[in-house]
Design a binder for this molecule. Structure first.
Ligand code: PLP
Length: 455
């Protein structure tokens, strides 16, 4: 199929007919879309013959890398045997039963029940519905507000976007009632000269302030990504979540961990909840669940909420045609097998995670860099106009796009969030891959610095 048309032809078709997500159609179609034809291992390939090292694992999801025959086989076998059947008619199938048991055994204690959807957004919409229903069953239907955080990302359906803290999304018809947002524990912007310990208490205090301002009797839940991904890899200070969980318990507010990015090994444990000692009431999973080979998401539901639904709820009027899709479940199981049999989680914790931190650390001395932070296989390099202050670039985000475009032109896929360069590579990344990332990123920074007269 790739040979039939030229890049220009593909781009013309794109411009005429395809509306990609999160895109400015005017500028995208002026520049032309990059057409990706195939991928293997850690590289993607385009119609122009470029080979690009994928330090974003697709969109934070291709955790076991590209070209995994085990996943292809699992999907093909399941399609032959049972390509689809629903779970609405008092029916289920072995793949989803096995997967549910497996997820319950891997998840933090108490998260023993799984509700499936097809995307992180749908899973979070499910959570919104389920927690409000839960509180109604508990005789507290006025507990409806969910607290999220600025720069939090929980998906793009209207309610998931309202729950998230992306102001641009709120401005486009995604600012529903009963969601409020607190500032994130974003040390680079807000810590000032506080110690880490003090900042942890300050930032958690923002939650308690919000609870007291609105009344705990109105608040259903607090949702947080253990590390805010799309918001710019914001890593909380030590102790933050201890305070947060204490505050949630004190005011009887459910605590929800959105582990769509942090799940399945990225932080050096199966879930960041384990790395950070969290006991969430519910947990959102997607992306790494199938390494992105097919869509699937899941809500892990704790015993408290599940038992209430079971004992008092009657029918839960919610679900999707493809909830617990057999092909996705089979691929997820094969994906978990790979993570386990190749010891990827131990590798991230003991080897590649620390190596990434060490390899990136020297970039902190670069004239354009204000901070380098990493956690497992997540990283952000914050760009600054002046290291003293620090003074940020204006307008926000333009400089990171320049660096990103230089990186991509040199064969490295990275993402720009505000003025941060974001990395979230496959968990199979090697030392050599990491060395290549650092080399190309430094070159992109040097080139940009030169262009703006900083070098
Ligand atoms: C990507 C993401 C989502 C949304 O998932 P989709 O599959 O794109 O709907 C939700 N939460 C987090 C933390 C994410 O990173």
């Amino acid at each position: 199929m790739n040979e039939i048309r030229s890049t220009k032809d593909w781009q013309a078709i794109e411009a005429a007919h395809h509306m990609p997500p999160f895109s400015d159609y005017k500028s995208l179609h002026q520049q032309g879309t990059r057409m990706i034809t195939h991928a293997s291992g850690h590289y993607i390939h385009d119609t122009e013959g470029h080979k690009i090292l994928d330090a974003m694992a697709g969109l934070w999801c291709v955790n076991v890398g590209y070209g995994r025959e085990e996943l292809v086989e699992a999907a093909a076998n399941q399609m032959r045997q049972l390509p689809y059947y629903n779970a609405f008619f008092k029916t289920s199938h072995p793949a989803v039963a096995e997967l549910s048991k497996r997820l319950a055994s891997l998840a933090p204690d108490g998260l023993n029940h799984v509700f499936y959807a097809n995307s992180g957004s749908e899973a979070n919409d499910t959570i919104i519905r389920m927690v409000r229903h839960f509180w109604a069953l508990e005789g507290k239907p006025e507990k409806r507000i969910i607290i999220g955080r600025d720069y939090g990302y929980h998906g793009s359906t209207i309610l998931a976007a309202s729950m998230g803290g992306m102001s641009g999304m709120h401005e486009q018809a995604a600012k529903e009632a009963d969601f409020i947002h607190i500032k994130p524990p974003y040390g680079f912007l807000y810590q000032g000269n506080q110690s880490e310990e003090m900042f942890a208490a300050t930032a958690a205090g923002w939650l308690e302030d919000a609870i007291l301002a609105h009344g705990a009797d109105k608040i259903a839940a607090f949702i947080a990504e253990p590390i805010q991904g799309a918001g710019g890899v914001i890593i909380p200070p030590q102790g933050y979540f201890e305070h947060i969980q204490e505050i949630c318990r004190k005011h009887d507010i459910l605590f929800i961990a959105d582990e769509v990015i942090t799940g399945f090994g990225r932080t050096g444990q199966w879930f960041a909840s384990q790395t950070m000692n969290l006991s969430p009431d519910m947990m959102t999973l997607a992306k790494g669940l199938t390494s992105g080979y097919v869509p699937m998401s899941a809500v892990m539901v704790g015993d408290r909420v599940f038992n209430s639904l079971k004992e008092k709820g009657g029918e839960f009027y919610h679900g999707f045609t493809y909830s617990g899709h057999p092909v996705a479940a089979a691929v997820a199981l094969a994906n978990l097998d790979i993570i386990e049999s190749e010891g990827l989680i131990d590798t991230v914790r003991n080897d590649t995670g620390p190596y990434l931190a060490k390899a990136l650390a020297p970039l902190a001395d670069h004239v354009m860099v204000g901070e380098v932070r990493t956690f497992g296989l997540l990283a952000c390099i914050e760009l600054v106009d002046d290291k003293n202050g620090p003074v940020l670039f204006t307008p926000t985000g333009a400089m990171a796009e320049v660096v990103r475009d230089h990186a991509i032109a040199s064969g490295l896929m990275v993402r720009a969030v505000r003025d941060g360069m974001i990395l979230s590579p496959p968990l199979t990344f090697t030392h050599d891959d990491i060395d290549e990332v650092v080399l190309k990123l430094r070159a992109a920074l040097d080139k940009t610095a030169q262009e703006i007269g900083k070098a």
